[in-house]
Design a protein around this ligand. Sequence first.
Ligand SMILES: C[S@@+](CC[C@H](N)C(=O)[O-])C[C@H]1O[C@@H](n2cnc3c(N)ncnc32)[C@H](O)[C@@H]1O
Length: 207
Amino acid sequence: MSLAKSIGYSEEELRAIPDEANLALSCGNPTALTSLKEGEVALDLGSGAGFDCFLAASKVGPKGKVIGVNMTSEMIEKARNNAKKSRISNVEFRLGEIENLPVVNNSVDVVITNYVINLSVDKLKVFQEVYRIMKPGGKIAISDIALLKELSKRIQKSIEVSGLKNVKVTVKGSSSCIDPNTKDPIGKAILGGLGEGESLEGYVVSI
Ligand SMILES: C[S@@+](CC[C@H](N)C(=O)[O-])C[C@H]1O[C@@H](n2cnc3c(N)ncnc32)[C@H](O)[C@@H]1O
């Protein structure tokens, strides 16, 4: 089963969006968590190559609009090319940070986001920005990871004490789970930081 299917995307949804938009960097399907109606304005925080924007665009229809915001020009260019190739005209990609959204006040019906807020160094600012740009009664659908409890000092320090230098992380498929028999040095270091009988599931959840 593909990663996208295993985290909540249907075959029909996957068929409808450009292949290049799927970076395999998602952790859920935010458009499935909320209802998007024709004519609504949706905003995707950290839109990457446009995966969820294109799904949302088909739901809000030609009278609606989807805005994707991402902080790298590389992703914005990729997303714009995907929209152009697939002739999807009700999406717009804007370069910007989710802590300082390039979006006017009270203008968005539904905010979606997939595996991005956890990366922000100022999550409070992100939610303040969401509040600012959302219309009264607006909705937010978040797919992300969240800690259920603080990681033990042992786990937090597991990478530091492993003695690894010049660490390069290569994401292969799902980045949110670690095979207990992994040979990857970083995965091994993280698992090595767990106490007797502990598992990562007690610390991290994908929602
Ligand atoms: C894990 S990827 C997820 C991409 C997309 N949501 C998906 O599901 O395919 C995270 C994306 O968020 C962007 N990003 C991370 N922090 C950001 C920030 N503070 N403001 C805007 N974009 C951000 C990254 O450039 C990257 O494209």
